[in-house]
Write a protein that binds this ligand. Structure first.
Ligand code: GLN
Length: 549
C-alpha cells in the first residue's frame, strides 16, 4: 500500500438496513472524483458465504460480476455506475473469504504454533484486504455491509477502529449513515434512533466524524445542533440525505448539502472551486423530462424482488435517457404467464419491447418461452440476456426447426440438447474444464470475454461496428454448435462468436425488426453517461415499434 497518500473513508450504517449505504458511498465517490481525486470503492460483507454466487436472488438480489470474474454484491454495480471505475475481485471482501484464508494458513502452519483468534488474526486479515492492491488512489471508500450492532459486523468494526488508530485522523474518516424517521403524530423527525446507533459505534471505540441522515424532509438547524451535541460531532458535519425521486440526483443533493466540502475540510484539502456537477444535473433533467415513453415487459422469475434485476433496470433507464424516453417496465412473473397465458396476451400486445433476462432452472421457463414466441411471431423487439438467449434458441428450435424436444441440459438429460453444459473453454490463463458434479460456487464461465461480431448485423450496428467487444459472463451452459447450420438456414444467425469460433455469444433473427440474444450480461457495463449500445439500440427499436402501432 502507498501509505503516504491514500485516505480511507469508512461508511457504516445504523438504525436499519436498506438506507442506501451503497448509493451514499458511490455518490460521495462521484463528487470527489469530479473534484479531481482518484477514488476506489470497496465493500466489506459480514456474511459467511465466500461470495454471493450461490445465494438465492430472493435473499441477496443481483449478483454483480466484475471484469475479472468476481461474483459480488449489487452495490458494486452502483460503484461502477457512479464512478465508471471497474471494480475487481479485491473490492468485494466477505467473512467467508477471510475465514477460509485464515484457516488455510493455520493448516499450513503459517501461524507458528500461535492460538488463532478473531483478534488479531481475523482483524489483521480484514485490514490486509482493506489496504490490498492500493496504488495511487487518493481515497478508498469502504462500505461495511449490515447495520451497526450486528454480531457478524463486530470484527470489521474492530479492524476499521484499529486502522483509524494506526493511520490517524488525517488518513481515516468514519461516516455513519442513519435514519431520522418522521413521526406523523408528533409532526417531526426523530433523532433518538440515530443517537443510539452512534452510541453503539462509540462503544466499539469508533467516533463517527460525519453523520449522514436519511430523512423525508429537511432537518431543522436546531435538530442538527442537538444531534451534533449528543453524538459528539460538529453541527456542519450533520448532513441531510433527503429522499429524492431518482438515484442520480443523490450526488447533486449531497453537494448542495455540503458533504464533499466537509470531507475535504476534514482531510485539510482546500476547496477553492465548486465541482462541476452540470452533467449530473443535465442527466437528472433528462430523466425527469422525457420526450417519449415506451413500455418494456420483463419476463422473469424474480419479479417480486426488484433487487434481483438492479443493473437491468438501470441499463434501461440509461438507454431511455439516451433516446429521450422514459422506459416503463411491466414486470411479468413467468410462472403466472405460463399458467394463464390468455390473461397476459393483452399486456404483451400493449408493450413495445419484450426482454427475458438472465435466470436459472426450469421453473417458469415455459412462460418465458411463450413470451419469446409472442415476440418472434408478432415482430415485437426482443432482447434475450443469457438465459433469455438460451430460451430464444430453444423456442426457435422447437417451433421453427420442428424439434419439439429441444431443451437445455440444465433441465435434465435431453434428446435434443440445443443448450448444453459447457465443459471446456479458453481463458487468458489457459483452458478451463468443468464436469457435471463440480462445486456450484465459482464454477461458471465468469467475467469478461472477447466476442467477435459479424459485420452488417444489428449487433455490429449497435456497437458502432466494433469488430471485437468485451462483455461479462455468468453461466454454465452454452448454445450447442451442432445445431448452428440448421438454425442459420432457418433465419437465426450466430452473429457473435468467441475469437476461437467455438462459443456462440450473440444470435439474431434476420426477418424481424429487432430480435437479439446475447450469452453475456450487457446490463453490467451500462453507465448513466455511457449507456450500453445494445440497450440503446433495443429501446430505439421499441420507440420505432411504438410509432408503427
Ligand atoms: N442458467 C443458465 C446457465 O447457467 C443461464 C445463466 C444466466 O442467465 N446468467 O447457463
Amino acid at each position: 500500500m502507498n501509505h503516504k497518500k491514500v485516505r480511507f473513508i469508512f461508511v457504516t450504517g445504523g438504525v436499519l438496513s436498506s438506507l442506501g449505504k451503497g448509493l451514499a458511498a458511490a455518490s460521495l465517490a462521484a463528487i470527489l472524483q469530479i473534484r479531481g481525486y482518484k477514488v476506489r470503492l470497496r465493500k466489506l460483507e459480514p456474511y459467511l458465504n465466500v461470495d454471493p454466487g450461490t445465494m438465492s436472488p430472493y435473499q441477496h438480489g443481483e449478483v454483480y460480476v466484475t471484469d475479472d470474474g468476481g461474483e459480488t454484491d449489487l452495490d458494486l454495480g452502483h460503484y461502477e455506475r457512479f464512478t465508471d471505475v471497474s471494480a475487481t475481485k479485491a473490492d468485494a471482501v466477505t467473512t467467508g473469504q477471510i475465514y477460509s484464508e485464515v484457516i488455510a494458513k493455520e493448516r499450513r502452519g503459517d501461524y507458528l504454533g500461535a492460538t488463532v483468534q478473531v483478534v488479531p488474526h481475523i482483524t489483521d486479515a480484514i485490514k490486509e484486504k482493506i489496504t490490498a492492491e492500493v496504488g495511487d488512489e487518493d481515497f478508498i471508500i469502504c462500505e461495511l455491509g449490515g447495520t451497526v450492532g450486528d454480531i457478524e459486523g463486530l470484527p470489521y468494526l474492530e479492524a476499521i477502529r484499529q486502522l483509524g488508530h494506526e493511520l490517524g485522523k488525517e488518513r481515516v474518516l468514519y461516516l455513519h449513515l442513519t435514519l431520522l424517521p418522521y413521526v406523523a403524530s408528533a409532526g417531526e423527525l426523530k433523532t433518538k434512533p440515530s443517537q443510539h446507533s452512534v452510541k453503539e459505534l462509540q462503544g466499539m471505540g469508533i467516533q463517527p466524524d460525519i453523520l449522514l441522515c436519511r430523512c423525508s424532509q429537511p432537518i431543522p438547524q436546531d435538530m442538527k445542533e442537538k444531534l451534533a451535541l449528543f453524538c459528539n460531532i460538529k453541527p456542519e458535519r450533520v448532513i441531510a440525505a433527503l429522499d429524492v425521486d431518482t438515484i442520480y440526483q443523490v450526488p447533486v443533493h449531497y453537494h448542495d448539502e455540503g458533504l464533499d466540502e466537509v470531507v475535504c475540510q476534514f482531510f485539510g484539502l482546500s476547496t477553492p472551486q465548486s465541482p462541476n456537477l452540470a452533467p449530473w444535473i443535465a442527466l437528472v433533467d433528462r430523466i425527469r423530462n422525457p420526450e417519449h415513453e415506451v413500455s418494456i415487459a420483463i419476463v422473469g422469475k424474480y419479479t417480486q424482488h426488484k433487487d434481483a434485476y438492479k443493473s437491468l433496470v438501470e441499463a434501461l433507464i440509461h438507454a431511455g435517457v439516451s433516446n429521450h424516453a422514459r422506459v416503463n417496465i411491466q414486470w411479468v412473473e413467468s410462472e403466472n404467464l405460463e399458467k394463464n397465458f390468455e390473461h397476459y396476451i393483452q399486456l404483451l400486445h400493449s408493450v413495445q419491447g419484450i426482454l427475458v433476462p438472465g435466470g436459472f432452472g426450469q421453473r417458469g421457463s415455459e412462460g418465458k418461452l411463450k413470451a419469446i414466441e409472442y415476440a418472434r411471431v408478432h415482430k415485437v423487439p426482443y432482447l434475450g440476456i443469457c438465459f433469455g438467449m438460451q430460451l430464444a434458441v430453444i423456442e426457435f428450435c422447437r417451433h421453427v426447426l420442428n424439434l419439439p424436444h429441444a431443451t437445455s441440459t440444465e433441465f435434465g438429460p435431453s434428446e435434443e440438447p440445443v443448450i448444453c453444459l459447457l465443459t471446456e473453454w479458453l481463458t487468458q490463463s489457459g483452458l478451463q474444464t468443468r464436469g457435471q458434479g463440480d462445486d456450484l460456487g465459482g464454477s461458471m464461465r465468469l467475467g469478461s470475454y472477447p466476442c467477435q461480431l459479424k459485420p452488417l448485423t444489428k449487433a455490429a450496428d449497435a456497437y458502432g461496428n466494433s469488430p471485437v467487444i468485451h462483455e461479462r459472463h455468468r453461466h454454465r451452459y452454452e448454445v450447442n454448435m451442432l445445431y448452428r447450420e440448421r438454425m442459420e438456414a432457418a433465419g437465426l444467425s450466430f452473429v457473435g462468436l468467441s475469437p476461437d469460433g467455438r462459443l456462440p455469444e450473440v444470435v439474431e433473427m434476420a426477418d424481424h425488426p429487432w430480435f437479439v440474444g446475447v450469452q453475456f450480461h450487457p446490463e453490467l457495463k451500462s453507465r448513466p453517461f455511457t449507456p450500453h449500445p445494445l440497450f440503446v439500440s433495443f429501446i430505439k427499436a421499441a420507440i420505432q415499434n411504438a410509432r408503427i402501432v
